[in-house]
Design a protein around this ligand. Structure first.
Ligand code: TXA
Ligand code: MG
Length: 348
């Protein structure tokens, strides 16, 4: 398939170009587009055969439901059966933005979008290109992240090109995204509401609006893969994984650094090529990416990109220094724990 790449300046979005992509959505094609979180792979949410193509292009299991993206101009009641008060409160505070709500589904949404569940995930993105694409398409757009299933989510257009070029109709290239981790997912069909996936909008943010909420074990992602029941379908699948085995170190910072240094030495003695994602400039290896531990926003924005970069260096292992799993740090650690082949905990 011929994939067209449309370059967009996000400061001054060219409506004519987005109209081309909107026409593709309207005629049942697939468009990769930027959102504030990660790039999405979109299709007309009401077109069953178009939505099916998303699963094929990504190699995504069909029981892993998609998020339906709307704008202010798309009536929410065409997506959901009811929009309860708690949803209104969250909408008021966080939409448009990186928050996905699980609600009872409107019958008009085809089962292929929701993995045949009676609930639907819905979100109103804030990225100007995403907004304009939805508005010009004049319909809700079903979209998962625009990566091959199981790979780190795409935060730059080159990630989308790498995974999906030749498999979809259009890639809208508007440069890197702002947040770098996918939206927070909150299930409002449960009482108290349950957070399945932590994101830029934190557990505390949600609590400050709703009061009592529950944090699903999926959100901490500390469950052993084998033990994960399908609490949120799709979250049982392996995620975010670089091809190279990733070892994640958690616990007290000095202990982590010491352990990483020791493990690195031993691996080098065994002629292994080792990549490091670390917050200490004094430790270097075959490929080293350094972050500042205090700048969690920067880590969130660049972590998926770092994982992809590691895969391009012919490494045997990637060692990653974990960060504190609070607020946005929890969202980062959720992704890293899911990406890891092994987690080493150094708590005393
Ligand atoms: O930021 C984001 O959310 C990005 C951008 C493109 O909007 N999208 C995204 O989609 O991350 P995806 O498909 O990669 O992740 C959607 C998550 C999956 O883990 C899926 O299982 C869960 O939401 N989900 C969707 N519908 C659900 C439902 N009805 N019940 C429970 N979980 C659901
Ligand atoms: Mg995804």
């Amino acid at each position: 398939m011929n994939t067209e790449i449309i370059k967009i300046n996000r400061e001054n979005v060219d409506k004519e170009k987005i109209l081309i992509a909107a026409e593709i959505i309207r005629s049942g094609g697939l468009v990769a587009f930027p959102t504030e979180t990660v790039y999405g792979l979109g299709a007309d949410a009401y077109n069953e055969s178009a939505v099916k193509k998303i699963f094929i292009a990504k190699g995504r299991p069909s029981d892993n439901p998609l998020i339906v993206h709307i704008s202010e101009n798309i009536p929410i009641m065409e997506i959901v059966e009811s929009f309860p008060e708690k949803a209104e409160m969250l909408k008021e505070k966080f939409w448009p933005g990186p928050l996905t709500l699980i609600l009872k589904k409107n019958k008009k949404i085809p089962g292929v979008v929701t993995g045949n569940l009676d609930t639907v995930a819905v979100r109103m993105p804030s990225h100007p290109v995403a907004k304009m694409l939805i508005d010009l398409s004049e319909r809700a757009i079903a979209a998962p992240s625009a990566n091959i299933s199981g790979k780190p989510s795409p935060t730059k257009p080159e990630h989308v090109i790498r995974d999906l070029f030749g498999k979809i109709d259009i890639i809208i290239d508007a440069g890197g995204v702002d947040i770098g981790l996918e939206s927070t997912v909150v299930d409002l069909t449960k009482n108290p509401p349950v957070i399945y996936r932590p994101g830029k909008i934190t557990v505390r943010d949600i609590e400050s609006v709703l009061g009592e909420i529950a944090l699903s074990p999926l959100a901490r992602a500390e469950l052993k893969f084998e033990n994960i029941v399908a609490l949120s379908p799709g979250m049982k699948y392996r995620h975010y994984s670089p091809d190279t085995p990733l070892i994640l170190y958690e616990g007290e910072k000095d202990k982590i650094i010491e352990k990483i240094k020791n493990d690195l030495e031993e691996l080098k003695r065994n002629d292994k090529r080792v990549g490091l994602i670390i917050m200490d400039e004094n430790v270097v290896s075959d490929k080293t990416i350094v972050f500042d531990s205090w700048n969690v926003e920067d880590i969130a924005k660049n972590i998926f990109s770092a994982l992809r970069e590691m895969d391009e260096n012919g490494l045997d292992f990637i060692l990653v220094q974990g960060i504190k799993d609070v607020d946005l740090g929890l969202a980062v650690m959720n992704r890293l724990r899911k990406a890891a082949s092994k987690v080493i905990k150094l708590n005393d």
